[in-house]
Design a protein around this ligand. Structure first.
Ligand code: E4P
Length: 221
C-alpha cells in the first residue's frame, strides 16, 4: 500500500511526514501555482523532509511530446528518483512511451476513463491516476472507474498500479481503498479529516477526568 500526500505545501508535508506513514508526495501544476515557490525549490525542500526513500511526483507542462521528455529530464536532474506525471493524451502517450524506453518512471495523469488509463498502462506508465472526485463532480462514478482500471491492469498490465487521486471526503478515500486500490494520494486537509472526530477528544477527556478523580494527578505517577 502506497499512501501519498497531494500537495505543494512544504509546511504541511513537514507537519504530517512524522504522523502519517506517507510514501511520498504528489504535486500538480495547480497546487504548485497556489504556492510561493518554484517547482524545483518545492521538490528539493520536500525531498529533504521525506528523505531519499520518499517518492516525489511532478508534472510536465508542455503539450508537445518531445518537449515533455525534455521537461521530464530537467525535473529528474533536480530529483533523480522523480516519477514524472504526464497527462494521458495523444502527446502524453507518446511521451510516456519515450520515457519508458529511457527507463524513466511515469504516472499517467488526468485519467477520466478506463480505456484512457489503460492506454497509459500499455504505454509503460508505472502508475495511472484516475481523478475520483472530479469524475463524481461531473456526474460520473469515480470508484467504479477505479475498479475497472484495477481489473484491466490486473488482467493485462500487472506491472502498473492505479494511484487514485482527487478526493474531497474520507468516504471517497475509504471506498477507493475498499475497492482494492493499492496506491492513493490525498490532500493533507482530507487526510487529516480521519483524525478529527470530536468523539476521540471526548473519550480522552473522560479518561483524564476519571483518572484524576481517583488518583489526584493526571500522569501515571
Ligand atoms: C493528483 O495529483 C491530481 O493531480 C489531483 O488530485 C487532481 O485532482 P484535484 O485537483 O481534484 O485534487
Amino acid at each position: 500500500m502506497e499512501f501519498y500526500l497531494d500537495t505543494a505545501d512544504v509546511a504541511a508535508v513537514e507537519r504530517l511526514a512524522g504522523v502519517l506513514p506517507i510514501k511520498g508526495v504528489t504535486t500538480n501544476p495547480s497546487i504548485v501555482a497556489r504556492g510561493k515557490s518554484d517547482i524545483y525549490s518545492v521538490l528539493r525542500d520536500m525531498q529533504a523532509i521525506i528523505g531519499t526513500e520518499g517518492q516525489l511526483f511532478a508534472q510536465v507542462m508542455s503539450r508537445d511530446p518531445d518537449v515533455m521528455v525534455e521537461e521530464a529530464l530537467k525535473l529528474r536532474e533536480v530529483i533523480p528518483s522523480l516519477v514524472v506525471k504526464v497527462p494521458v493524451t495523444h502527446a502524453g502517450l507518446s511521451a510516456i512511451r519515450q520515457l519508458t524506453v529511457l527507463d524513466i518512471p511515469t504516472l499517467g495523469t488526468a485519467v477520466y476513463g478506463a480505456g484512457q488509463g489503460f492506454y497509459a498502462a500499455l504505454a509503460g506508465a508505472r502508475y495511472i491516476a484516475p481523478y475520483v472526485n472530479r469524475i463524481d463532480a461531473q456526474g460520473g462514478d469515480g470508484i467504479a472507474l477505479v475498479k475497472e482500471l484495477q481489473t484491466l491492469i490486473n488482467l493485462h498490465s500487472p506491472q502498473t498500479q492505479v494511484l487514485a487521486a482527487s478526493f474531497r471526503t474520507p468516504r471517497q478515500v475509504l471506498d477507493c481503498l475498499l475497492a482494492g486500490c493499492r496506491a492513493i494520494t490525498v490532500d493533507p486537509a482530507v487526510a487529516e479529516l480521519f483524525l478529527q472526530d470530536p468523539a476521540v477528544e471526548d473519550a480522552l477527556n473522560r479518561f483524564d477526568h476519571d483518572w484524576q478523580a481517583r488518583f489526584g494527578h493526571a500522569d501515571l505517577g
